[in-house]
Design a protein around this ligand. Structure first.
Ligand code: PGA
Length: 257
């Protein structure tokens, strides 16, 4: 069986000024020269990507955007394209984060169009899915998430590198996480759906867990069934809290990447 390409990605959201480049350097210094247990990425605000790519040149830390528009360019004031993220130095892009689905009304089909844009620009998309608390209470978590997986990934994901992040909306920034069996059940169902639709690409895609990952729970969460890494919000903002999450992988078997 192929080992998924593990990924620990930090989602800085709307946090970070030039002064934060020091944290990124400290994160890079901590992972440099270590055995590659996973790929490590920081997804800062778009305004920092170019400077961060210069600051981290020569280190193994990857950079990602947090969103893009489907079009390569055009009259879309305030938006950025996948090509622009790649041009600024990004290799990855988070798409369909629940905050964008909630605040900007992003639908699965819009997310799928953005995923196509990411492939066009040579970026690896991290496609976010996750149920709301009311959906889980109603026993619909699995159905909601699998529908998002189906709708947010275009057919052309076949043969491409992509990651899926399972982020229960109610766990994000809340200090609570699902139980390990709940995470395992969801990740296994996502894996089955990906493998059935995309074959090898679906078996290789890392399925990240996201939502209140911290140094305290990372070891447990990362050892979960079909957990191929983490998408980390608040705890990724400082080396002090992000590096122990990356280190938590050391107890697991080495990654293929
Ligand atoms: P959190 O955010 O780790 O702060 O809960 C995760 C995310 O929204 O990606």
């Amino acid at each position: 069986m192929l080992t998924p390409r593990r990924l620990i990605a930090g989602n800085w959201k709307m946090h970070g000024l030039a002064a934060s480049l020091g944290e990124a350097r400290a994160i890079a210094a901590a992972v440099q020269g270590r055995p590659p247990l996973a790929r490590v990425a920081i997804c800062p605000p778009a305004t920092l990507i170019h400077r961060m790519s210069a600051a981290l040149a020569g280190t193994p830390v990857l950079l990602g955007g947090q969103d893009c528009r489907p079009e390569p360019s055009g009259a879309f004031t305030g938006s950025i394209s996948a090509e622009m993220l790649a041009d600024a130095g990004a290799q990855l892009v988070i798409l369909g984060h629940s905050e964008r689905r909630r605040d900007f009304g992003e639908t699965d089909s819009l997310v799928a169009a953005k995923v196509s844009a990411a492939f066009r620009a040579g970026l690896e998309p991290i496609v976010c899915v996750g149920e709301r608390a009311d959906e889980r209470r109603a026993g619909r978590a699995l159905a909601v998430v699998l529908a998002q997986v189906r709708g947010s990934l275009p057919d052309e994901a076949d043969g491409r590198d992509f990651a899926v992040a399972y982020e229960p909306v109610w766990a994000i920034g809340a200090g609570v996480t699902p139980t390990l069996p709940e995470i395992g059940e969801m990740h296994s169902a996502i894996r089955e759906a990906l493998a059935a639709r995309f074959g090898e690409a679906g078996r290789r895609a890392p399925i990240l867990y996201g939502g209140s990952v911290s140094p305290a729970n990372a070891g447990e969460v990362l050892a979960g069934r079909e957990v191929g890494g983490a998408l980390v919000g608040g705890a990724s903002l400082t080396a002090r809290t992000f590096v122990p999450i990356i280190d938590a992988l050391a107890v697991l078997r080495p990654s293929a990447s």
